[in-house]
Structures are given as structure tokens and as C-alpha cells.
Design a protein around this ligand. Structure first.
Ligand code: AR6
Length: 170
């Protein structure tokens, strides 16, 4: 059975070891899924984020989940899409890999991701879904400690692209 699953839903409701936040480099909150996570986690999350002094695009940092059902939040700033010639694809893959590495280091067995960079940052959804699924599958191949990774898609269109990308893996 595949350890990668695609669901539609709101990631702030995920009861898992870690959810991923599609953040920005300040790590001080924003709109989209970032705003929703900060609202649901409460002000203690922002207080911990202030101690982290930001994060580079493609890297990740971990905090507690506070009022969220998830134990941890892994914050990763995805790349802004500038047309594809500024390393966007490698940076997006690096986001997924960095988050999974932090999950492993912190004993997380279940991890939920949102669709990083495909909202305000305008990364094309088809490309992003293939990079996400490919990078997650590669990581899971060599890391049995992670039991399940889900893509939590906020809307049906996003869900369809991730389902197709997963189906292509075979
Ligand atoms: N659960 C799951 N997915 C969600 C939720 C939710 N509650 N809310 C939105 N999404 P975006 P980005 C989806 O724009 O493109 C922020 O201001 C959304 O429909 O949140 O990486 C940050 O601070 C889309 O499919 O993230 C940054 O400045 C996906 O999450 C910037 O936006 C990502 O959309 C990051 O932009």
C-alpha cells in the first residue's frame, strides 16, 4: 500500500505528528495557509517563530503546534514563480526534502503537506504536483521511519493534479 495519500481538506484540522506551513522567509505569518495555521495555533506560535530569525527559501524550521491538533509545525518558504529560470523547481523539491528531514529528526511518523507555492507564489500546479510527489516518493524509499505522508489539498482542482501525479508514479 502506498505511504503517500491525497486528501481534500483544511490542514489546520490534521491530527498528525507534523503539518507543514507554506510560509514566507520572515516566518512571521501571512495569508493563505500560513494565516490559517497561525490563527488556529494561537499567538504562542508567532512568539516561537520570532525566535527563529527567518528561514531561507527551500529550507525549513520546526516549532511546536500549540493549539493545533498537530504536535509540530514545519515552516518552509517556497519559491515565488518567476517563469522557471531562477531555480524554482530545485527550490521547491528542496522544501519537501528539508521538511521530511526535519520530520525524521524529530521522530515524526505522520506528516501532512499543503500544496507549497501554488497559491500566492503562483508556481504552476501541474509542475508543482509532480515535483512534490516525486520528491516525497524518493525520500520515503530510503526512510522507513516515516509511515505516511498526505497532501492536504484545499480545493478539488488542486486535489486532481496531485492525484494524477501520484497515479503517474505507478
Ligand atoms: N489547508 C490546506 N491548504 C490550504 C489552506 C488550508 N487551511 N488554506 C489555503 N490552502 P498559499 P504559497 C492552500 O498562498 O503559494 C502566505 O501569505 C491554497 O489553496 O497559502 O506557498 C505566506 O505567508 C494553495 O493551494 O501559499 C507567503 O507569503 C496552497 O495552500 C505566501 O502566502 C498554498 O497557497 C506563500 O505562498
Amino acid at each position: 500500500m502506498s505511504r503517500i495519500e491525497i486528501i481534500q481538506g483544511d490542514i489546520t484540522e490534521s491530527t498528525v505528528d507534523a503539518i507543514v506551513n507554506a510560509a514566507n522567509c520572515s516566518l512571521l505569518g501571512g495569508g493563505g495557509v500560513d494565516g490559517a495555521i497561525h490563527r488556529a495555533a494561537g499567538p504562542e506560535l508567532l512568539a516561537e517563530c520570532r525566535t527563529l530569525h527567518g528561514c531561507e527559501t527551500g529550507r525549513a524550521k520546526i516549532t511546536k503546534g500549540y493549539r493545533l491538533p498537530a504536535k509540530f509545525v514545519i515552516h518552509t518558504p517556497g519559491p515565488v514563480w518567476h517563469g522557471g529560470n531562477t531555480g524554482e523547481e530545485a527550490l521547491l523539491a528542496s522544501c519537501y526534502r528539508s521538511c521530511l528531514e526535519l520530520a525524521s529528526e524529530n521522530g515524526c511518523r505522520t506528516v501532512d503537506f499543503p500544496s507549497i507555492s501554488t497559491g500566492v507564489y503562483h508556481f504552476p500546479l501541474e509542475k508543482a504536483s509532480k515535483i512534490a510527489i516525486g520528491t516525497i516518493a524518493d525520500y520515503l524509499n530510503t526512510h522507513p521511519e516515516i509511515e505516511r505522508v498526505r497532501m492536504v489539498c484545499f480545493d478539488v482542482r488542486t486535489e486532481r493534479f496531485y492525484r494524477d501525479a501520484l497515479a503517474e508514479l505507478g
